[in-house]
Design a protein around this ligand. Structure first.
Ligand code: WT7
Length: 651
C-alpha cells in the first residue's frame, strides 16, 4: 500500500542558497511557464546555438484526430554542433566523457571535448562513406562504450535518424527494429563485456541480419577482440573505415522538427512502438532538465548509471549533459561486479557530484550491506537521483542515510520514453522531498488527475486517479514512427484533450504527486518496460503452447516479476523441464530481461463471455490476493479460477 504519510526532507539553507533554483524562483518560474509558455520557452531556447533562431515557439494540439506537436518550427540547428562544436573554444580540453570499463583495471578513459569532436567527425564521415544521408535510419546495437555516444552524435551531425537497440535484446528483437525503421546501417561490436561475461554481439547481429528483409550494411567496433565472421560487402570494421578519413565533417542544418531519433518501447498491445523525438524541443528540454534537476554546475562530474539503450541514457548520459558542456560518466559494467562496492569506488575515483540510478539497483545494493558503501569516500556527492519506477520509502531512506550521509537531496524523477525528459521531480535546492513521491511538476508541465471512468479532472488535493498532462512541452514525442494513428490512439483517444501517461497517481494534501504504477498491461521489471503482449506472443510461438497470459507480481528487488499462465497444446504435458524450456525460450526470443520468473500451467484462462482474458483476476491470483477477486460475474467459466488458485505457485 502507498504510504503517503512520510516525513518531509527540506533542502539545507546552504544548498538552497547556492542552487540554480530555490523555492521562490521555482514558484515564479513555474507560474510564468504555465501562463506564458511562448515567452518562457522562447527565452530558454536561447541556451541552444541556433543556425536560424526560431520566431515561432509553440504550435500544438491535443485534439484527437488532429494531434500535432510542433515547437520552434521555423528554427534550424544541429544537435552535434550544440553538444560539441560550441564548447570547443571555452572547454576544448575539459573532459566530456569519462569512460569506465567493465573490468576494474584502471584503464578508465578521459575523453576531452576536442577528442570527442575528432571521433564524432570521423565517425560521421565513415557513415557518409557508407552512403548514409540525411533522413536515413541507423541502428546502434552497442555496449556502453564511448563509440555508442560517437555513433549517436555522428548520426545527429549528418541528419541521420538513430535507433539505439539495447545490447541485452535478442537477435529477433534486433531484426524487428532494423526492419521496423528500414535501417541502412547497423552498428555493433565484436563482444560486449558486462559483469565479467562477454556477449557475442556480432554473432547476435549476424543472426538478426538473416531476418532483415532489406539491404543493410554492418559497421563493427572492435571492443573485445573476439573473432568475427565478416561478410564480404556487408560488414566493415570501424577502425578500417576510419583509416585516412578526415576529422572534419560539416554539421547539417536541421529543422527543429526534423527527427533526431526513434526509440522502440513497449506498449500495452502489439509490437513495440517507435517513439519519435525531434531536434530542437528535445535538446532544449533535456538540457534544461539536466541542469536544474541535478543542479549541475561547471566542473561537476555527473554520472547516470543507465544504458544508452534506454531513453534515460539518451537524455541524461548523452544529449542533456553534453548540450550543457558537462562531464558525463559512462560505465560499461554492472553495480555488483566485481563486488557490490563498484559504484561507490567509481564515485570515489572520479569525485562524482551527481549520481542517478534506478530503485531496483538501490534495493539490490541495500541487500548487500552497508560496508560496501561506507568503505569508499562519497563526500563528492551533492545530489542523488532515481528513475524508472516508484521507490519504496525503505530504499529511499537507505539511499538518503547510508549513501548520501543524510546531506544530499534526492530527486525522484518521474518521466517516460515518450516525455523525453523529467516531468515530475523535485529541484534539489527548491523542493522539500517525501520518500516515495516524485513531488511537483517541472517548468511547463501541467499534470492533472483524471477520474478513470468519466475522464474529468479531479480538482483539489487528496485525490487519486489517472495521471495525464493537459498541455504540450518541448520534449514530448511527436509521433509513432510510420504510424501517426497509433500515436493518437495510444495517448489521446481514451481521455480527450489530454496526454494519457498510462500511470495512476495520487495528489496528496501538499499537491505532491505519488505514482501508483501502470494502469495498462505494461510491466515494469527492474525499471524496464515490458509489454505483457510481447511475452505472451513469445510464449505462444513455442510449439507446446496454445495460449498464454502474463501479469506482473510484486518482487522485492525487481519491483515487478513476470508471472505467466500457460495452456498447453493437446499431447503436451506439464513438467518442470518444460517450464525451464519455456523460460529459456522467452529469454532467447526477447532477451534476458524478459525471462519469466514464474510459469503456471493452466488448463483454462479466465475469460469474459466475449473471450477477453480477465487479467485483473490473474493478477490477484498471482499476488496471492484471491480473497479479493472483485466482480467475477462476467466470467464465462467461473470454475477455471478455482483451478488457478489451487495450482498457484508458492512464491
Ligand atoms: C514508466 C516509463 C523515464 C526513464 C525510465 C523509464 C515508470 C518512471 C518513475 C518514477 C514511479 C516511474 C512509470 C512510467 N516510472 N519513473 N520516478 N516513479 N514510476 O522509462 O521505460 O518509458 O517507462 O516508468 O510507470 O510510465 P520508460
Amino acid at each position: 500500500m502507498l504510504d503517503t504519510d512520510q516525513k518531509m526532507h527540506a533542502p539545507s539553507d546552504d544548498f538552497a542558497a547556492s542552487a540554480h533554483i530555490d523555492r521562490a524562483r521555482y514558484d515564479e518560474m513555474y507560474a510564468r511557464s504555465i501562463h506564458d509558455p511562448d515567452g518562457f520557452w522562447g527565452e530558454h531556447a536561447k541556451r541552444l546555438d541556433w543556425i536560424k533562431a526560431p520566431t515561432k515557439v509553440k504550435n500544438t494540439s491535443f485534439d484527437y484526430g488532429n494531434v500535432s506537436i510542433k515547437w520552434f518550427e521555423d528554427g534550424t540547428l544541429n544537435v552535434a554542433a550544440n553538444c560539441i562544436d560550441r564548447h570547443l573554444t571555452d572547454r576544448g580540453d575539459q573532459t566530456a566523457i569519462i569512460w569506465v570499463p567493465d573490468e576494474d583495471d584502471g584503464s578508465d578513459q578521459h575523453i576531452t571535448y576536442k577528442q570527442l569532436s575528432s571521433h564524432v567527425n570521423k565517425f560521421a564521415n565513415v557513415l557518409k562513406k557508407m552512403g548514409v544521408e540525411k533522413g536515413d535510419r541507423v541502428v546502434i546495437y552497442l555496449p556502453m562504450i564511448p563509440q555508442a555516444a560517437y555513433a549517436m552524435l555522428a548520426c545527429a551531425r549528418i541528419g541521420a535518424v538513430h535507433s539505439v537497440v539495447f545490447a541485452g535484446f535478442s537477435p529477433d528483437a534486433l531484426a524487428q527494429r532494423v526492419n521496423g525503421c528500414e535501417a541502412k546501417v547497423v552498428i555493433t561490436s565484436d563482444g560486449a563485456p558486462r559483469g565479467g561475461k562477454v556477449t557475442d554481439l556480432k554473432g547476435n547481429t549476424d543472426r538478426a541480419m538473416d531476418k532483415v528483409t532489406h539491404d543493410a550494411q554492418v559497421l563493427v567496433v572492435k571492443r573485445h577482440g573476439q573473432p568475427c565472421n565478416m561478410v564480404e560487402g556487408r560488414d566493415h570494421w570501424l577502425h578500417e573505415m576510419e583509416d585516412g578519413v578526415d576529422d572534419h565533417c560539416d554539421p547539417v542544418e536541421m529543422n527543429a522538427e526534423d527527427p533526431l531519433f526513434v526509440l522502440y518501447t513497449s506498449g500495452s498491445t502489439g509490437a513495440p512502438k517507435g517513439v519519435v523525438h525531434t531536434t530542437g524541443g528535445y535538446l532544449l528540454y533535456t538540457a534544461i532538465t539536466h541542469e536544474y534537476t541535478f543542479d549541475y554546475k561547471d566542473g561537476d562530474v555527473y554520472w547516470c548509471t543507465a544504458d544508452v539503450g534506454w531513453v534515460t541514457g539518451h537524455s541524461y548520459i548523452v544529449y542533456g549533459p553534453l548540450a550543457n558542456g558537462a562531464t558525463t560518466l559512462m560505465f560499461e559494467g554492472v553495480p555488483t561486479y566485481p563486488d557490490a562496492g563498484r559504484c561507490w569506488k567509481i564515485v570515489q575515483d572520479h569525485k562524482v557530484a551527481q549520481f542517478y540510478t534506478a530503485p531496483t539497483a538501490i534495493r539490490a545494493l541495500m541487500g548487500k550491506g552497508d560496508d560496501f558503501v561506507t568503505k569508499y569516500d562519497r563526500s563528492s556527492i551533492k545530489v542523488l537521483g532515481t528513475v524508472g519506477e516508484p521507490i519504496n520509502p525503505e530504499a529511499w531512506n537507505w539511499y538518503d542515510k547510508v549513501v548520501g550521509e543524510g546531506r544530499c537531496p534526492i530527486v525522484d524523477t518521474w518521466w517516460q520514453t515518450e516525455t523525453g525528459g523529467h516531468m515530475l521531480t523535485p529541484l534539489p535546492g527548491a523542493t522539500p522531498t517525501k520518500p516515495g513521491s516524485a513531488t511537483l511538476p517541472f517548468f511547463g508541465i501541467k499534470p492533472v488527475v483524471l477520474d478513470p471512468e468519466a475522464g474529468t479532472e479531479k480538482d483539489g488535493n487528496g485525490v487519486e486517479g489517472i495521471l495525464a498532462i493537459a498541455d504540450s512541452w518541448p520534449g514530448q514525442m511527436r509521433t509513432v514512427y510510420g504510424d501517426h494513428e497509433r500515436f493518437e490512439n495510444t495517448y489521446f483517444q481514451q481521455y480527450k484533450g489530454y496526454y494519457f501517461s498510462g500511470d495512476g497517481c495520487t495528489r496528496d494534501e501538499d499537491s505532491y504527486y505519488w505514482i501508483t504504477g501502470r494502469v495498462d498491461d505494461v510491466l515494469n521489471v527492474s525499471g524496464h518496460r515490458m509489454g505483457t503482449a510481447e511475452v505472451e506472443s513469445a510464449l505462444v510461438a513455442h510449439p507446446a503452447v496454445s495460449e498464454a497470459a502474463v501479469v506482473g507480481v510484486p518482487h522485492d528487488v525487481k519491483g515487478q516479476g513476470i508471472y505467466c499462465y500457460v495452456s498447453l497444446m493437446a499431447g503436451h504435458d506439464p513438467s518442470d523441464d518444460l517450464k525451464k524450456e519455456l523460460a529459456d525460450w522467452v529469454r532467447k526470443e526477447i532477451g534476458p530481461i524478459a525471462k519469466p520468473d514464474f510459469i503456471q500451467f493452466a488448463p483454462g484462462l479466465p475469460k469474459t463471455r466475449s473471450g477477453k482474458i480477465m487479467r485483473r483476476i490473474l493478477r490477484k491470483v498471482a499476488a496471492n490476493e484471491h480473497d479479493s477477486l472483485g466482480d467475477t460475474s462476467t466470467l464465462a467459466e467461473p470454475e477455471v479460477v478455482d483451478d488457478l488458485i489451487e495450482h498457484r505457485l508458492n512464491r
